[in-house]
Design a protein. Structure first.
Ligand SMILES: [Zn+2]
Ligand SMILES: [Zn+2]
Length: 94
């Protein structure tokens, strides 16, 4: 299927980051696109997660690490916003 226009969007066809197959979906931990052959299914609760081979090596910590990164990301945004507000206040006061 070469020569076709590829859609660049969240539902566009993605290539597996480990081989050249079409990705079946993103890794639940690092969000790298992986195909069915290059991912491992983890059943750690009500939902089945697909994680890539890299994250499979650190299985167990991977999902909590993803949530920790998300929390760190949110805190980072808040810190940057607070710093920006502080700088603006300082500039307007001087
Ligand atoms: Zn693959
Ligand atoms: Zn991964």
């Amino acid at each position: 299927m070469t020569g076709q226009l590829q859609r660049v969007g969240d539902d566009g066809p993605l290539r597996c980051s480990f081989c050249s197959n079409e990705a079946a979906g993103p890794c639940a931990s690092c969000e790298a696109p992986v195909c069915g052959d290059c991912c491992t299914l983890t059943e750690g609760g009500a939902k089945t997660w697909a994680i890539c081979l890299d994250c499979d090596r650190k299985k167990g910590r991977s999902l909590s690490h993803a949530w920790g990164s998300f929390g760190t990301f949110l805190i980072g945004i808040l810190v940057v916003l607070a710093a920006a507000v502080g700088i603006m206040a300082w500039l307007s006061a001087h």
